[in-house]
Design a protein around this ligand. Structure first.
Ligand code: SF4
Length: 264
């Protein structure tokens, strides 16, 4: 279940997701903030974010810290990711990511919680249900995956694509149990591996479950732009795919495909 080609569609999905998941308070409907609102929220959050440095004790050997945090002086550099906390950006540099990576864990937790509160009711948890609609026998060789047909003794046998009705019944049970999203995953390289009737069955699953009023997402491996459009027309809310790792390390995770795929 991997990289996908329908990037434009994914962006549309992402935009739809952002709209869906942008609550402000627990008691009223949430609306998507404008870029300006995002920037204002980011400025407020950045101002509220703790500037914690530990003063070195004078006259002691080595580096020791005072027991209580002290506000940093105004000359301390505020990294851009902290100044623009919560602003959706696509221009991250490796240096910035390294900066985030090396930030003390509790500062990260604090800032992550601040961003979460900008867009979500902190007391709200969405319940989602995941169903494998086609298990095992995958021709890919992801090193970590028990569903790959390349590995012995995983205890996972190849199964056929489930029929529409049992999948719908599973979604119905999930809906009645309080789930608002239903996700379907398939162990294969992509839908191009199956025939048109089976593909139509998958599209029917999406539209029928969407008819319950649930959000629907899938993870079906590499899809063509046309297949992505068909999923969207069927009512798909989001498409999931695993990046797994960086392009440089990708060959250590799987060798049956490349990080960047130009065709399915
Ligand atoms: S082996 Fe197949 S099912 Fe498993 S992660 Fe890789 S692509 Fe997905």
């Amino acid at each position: 279940m991997i990289p996908v080609v329908g990037r434009r569609l994914l962006q549309q999905f992402a935009a739809a997701e952002a709209t869906t998941l942008l609550p402000v308070t627990a008691s009223r409907a949430y609306t998507s903030p404008s870029v300006q609102q995002q920037a204002e929220a980011a400025t407020q959050a950045a101002a509220a974010a703790p500037r914690i440095v530990f003063q070195q004790q004078q006259g002691e050997e080595g580096v020791s810290s005072s027991s209580s945090p002290t506000p940093a002086s105004s000359s301390n550099r505020r990294p851009r990711w902290l100044e623009q906390l919560g602003v959706i950006r696509t221009d991250w540099t490796r240096e910035e990511i390294a900066e985030v990576y090396h930030t003390p864990i509790l500062d990260l937790v604090y800032n992550a919680a601040a961003v979460h509160r900008m867009y979500n009711d902190p007391q709200m948890v969405q319940r989602c249900t995941l169903l494998s609609i086609k298990t095992g026998g995958c021709p890919e060789n992801c090193n970590y995956c028990s569903q790959s047909s390349h590995w012995d003794n995983t205890g996972v046998k190849a199964e056929k694509l489930l029929d529409l009705e049992p999948v719908y019944q599973a979604a119905l049970r999930a809906h009645e149990a309080g789930s608002t999203r239903f996700c379907m995953g398939a162990a294969w390289r992509g839908p191009s591996q199956i025939g048109p009737r089976q593909w139509q069955r998958v599209l029917d699953m999406v539209s029928k479950i969407r008819g319950l009023g649930m959000e629907v997402c899938t993870t079906l491996g590499m899809v063509t732009p046309e297949q992505a459009s068909q999923l969207r027309e069927a009512g798909l809310t989001a498409y999931n795919h695993n990046l797994d790792t960086s392009p440089e390390y990708y060959g250590k995770v799987t060798t049956t495909r490349k990080y960047e795929v130009s065709g399915c």
